[in-house]
Design a protein around this ligand. Structure first.
Ligand code: 6LW
Length: 507
């Protein structure tokens, strides 16, 4: 059968995976978005359900504001050991509260996770390795080195000195380490080249956990740099074997939209078949290259009726019950800003505008497809100058396009606006009598189109290039979100904005 990469589309970088019997659990970085660290479950490795998040309570972690797309939860690792799941991760705050490395644990990955246990270990990209002799190793990245130390899992205390074990093969940013034991060898998998177009996975091995580590003669074992392949920047991977003893890796990669390369979906999760060569080194993908379409007969538990790959993703959300798991806040959520009721989703805007890197009345879901359409029915009665509620495509506070109902010079209007870095412009304003409006946002690879529905007519109010809302233009580690928001633009909002339903259809 053929499966397609990515296996988890939209911003889902730095994947890490563990298997328990025939069940697979996978986590990703989520940066400033909350809930943090999405947890996915699968039984066939290609269809993944979002089952929850590790960080769901404000009391667990404070996410640093400011620094768009480069604070919060970076590069988690998930491991299962003696009946408990552990996720070890970094909260990047640049000196703010709750900075550094921590782990959370649970017995039930479908439920809640523990409070963080903070670790005295520097740097980023932490991983755990449980050795056969019962010792728990922490592996991390700091000062251009991969290091290791022992920790006590109960207290989180570091119980040995740090020891540098490898610095990679000479590429910049050796990072994202994971350690495994197989056939009497310790294998150390890392990434080099930075999380951009020169990204690569390299591997080294040793008979002793502390080294010396010998580099694989075929390094890098995975990279798409300098190849005309549709997936670029592959790296930051984790290695595992399935219940049939077939080996695989999950890693990140991107799908650029244009040349020169730019990408707007963030870094996505890919699945790579792995085999071992006669000398005991892993061979990733097609001799070290990752294809978008992969033919394999090794996927676990897949029968002919199982659809594979990037199926159209369709969601019609009527906002009844509890908020669906794919909706995120930016930073820790504000008490009372977002509520679900019989009417739908209500957002109580505060004074924070879309252009500020601060907690605002906003929820968003990842853009997972280059081509999609989204629609929402909004009821909003703005009463003061600047009060606004609408639908946006959002990379960060300095890069977003939006359509909104707002109040300008004493009257209600529909508005289309774009912000690209320090360029900020209201492109369209039209008078609007009603308080209810159906907005739409359609995207293809080149443009985002915004408009509203009038009777049977769909009226486009404006459009913006996708190229300006890409990581290369103004982002860092995340991808684009489709957001619903309300704001008083400098003042409190009198009335709540009510979104009655939301639809997303990806193609
Ligand atoms: C992460 C690093 C990386 O910590 O980017 O792709 C950083 N790899 O390993 C943020 O995702």
């Amino acid at each position: 059968m053929i499966y397609r990469n990515p296996i988890i589309a939209g911003m889902h970088p730095d994947p890490s995976i563990c298997r328990v019997g025939e069940d697979y659990f996978l986590v990703n970085s989520s940066f400033e978005y909350f809930p943090g660290i999405p947890v996915f479950h699968s039984r066939n490795l290609i269809q993944w359900d979002l089952i929850g998040h590790c960080i769901t309570r404000n009391s667990q972690l404070t996410i640093r504001k400011g620094f768009p797309n480069e604070t919060g939860t970076f590069a988690p690792t998930i491991r299962y050991h003696n009946g408990t799941f552990y996720v070890v991760c970094t909260n990047v705050t640049y000196g703010g509260a709750d900075d550094g490395n921590f782990f959370v644990w649970t017995k039930d990955p479908f439920g809640e996770w523990s409070d963080p246990v903070w670790l005295d270990c520097p740097g980023i990209d932490p991983s755990f390795f449980f050795d056969e002799d019962g010792i728990t190793y922490y592996i991390g990245t700091a000062s251009g080195q991969i290091y290791l130390c022992q920790i006590d899992l109960n207290s989180g205390e570091r119980i040995s000195e740090y020891e540098n074990i490898w610095a990679g093969t000479g590429g910049n940013d050796p990072e994202g380490p994971h350690l495994y034991k197989y056939n009497g060898w310790y294998y150390l998998l890392i990434s080099e080249g930075g999380t951009e177009y020169c990204h690569m996975i390299t591997v080294a091995r040793s008979k002793s956990v502390k080294g010396p580590y010998e580099s694989c003669p075929r390094n890098p074992v995975l990279t798409n740099r300098s190849y005309g392949l549709s997936i670029k920047a592959v790296g930051h991977g984790d290695l595992f074997f399935d219940q049939n003893n077939n080996w695989w890796s999950v890693c990140l990669g991107i799908r650029p939209i244009s040349y020169p390369y730019r990408h707007n979906l963030g870094r996505e999760t890919m699945l790579v078949p792995v085999v071992w060569d006669k000398d005991g080194w892993p061979v990733f993908g097609r001799n070290g290259l990752l294809d978008e379409e992969i033919e394999t007969d090794r996927l676990p538990l897949t029968d002919d009726t199982c659809e594979v790959g990037l199926f159209p993703d369709m969601v019609l959300d009527d906002f009844r019950g509890v908020l669906r798991k794919e909706w995120n806040f930016i930073y820790n959520p504000i008490e009372g800003a977002v509520e679900l009721g019989t009417e739908g989703l209500s957002l109580q805007g505060n004074s924070v505008s879309l252009s500020e890197a601060d907690s605002l009345a906003w929820i968003g879901r990842r853009q997972e497809h280059h081509v999609f359409y989204a629609r929402t029915l909004l009821y909003f009665d703005p009463q003061n100058e600047g009060e606004e509620a609408g639908l946006c495509i959002y990379m960060n506070n300095k890069h977003h396009y939006e359509i909104a109902i707002t109040w300008v010079n004493g009257s209600r209007i529909l508005m289309f606006r774009r912000q690209i870095g320090s360029l900020w412009k209201v492109e369209q304003q039209i008078p609007y009598e009603k308080m209810e409006v159906e907005f739409f946002l359609n995207a293809d690879k080149e443009h985002y189109f915004f408009g509203y529905v009038k009777g049977y007519e769909r009226i486009v109010l404006g459009s913006g290039e996708t190229a300006y809302l890409t990581t290369e233009t103004g982002g860092k580690f995340t991808g684009n979100y489709i957001g619903l928001y309300a704001t008083g633009n400098g003042r409190a909002c009198c009335n709540k904005a009510v979104f009655k339903w939301f639809e997303y259809v990806g193609k």
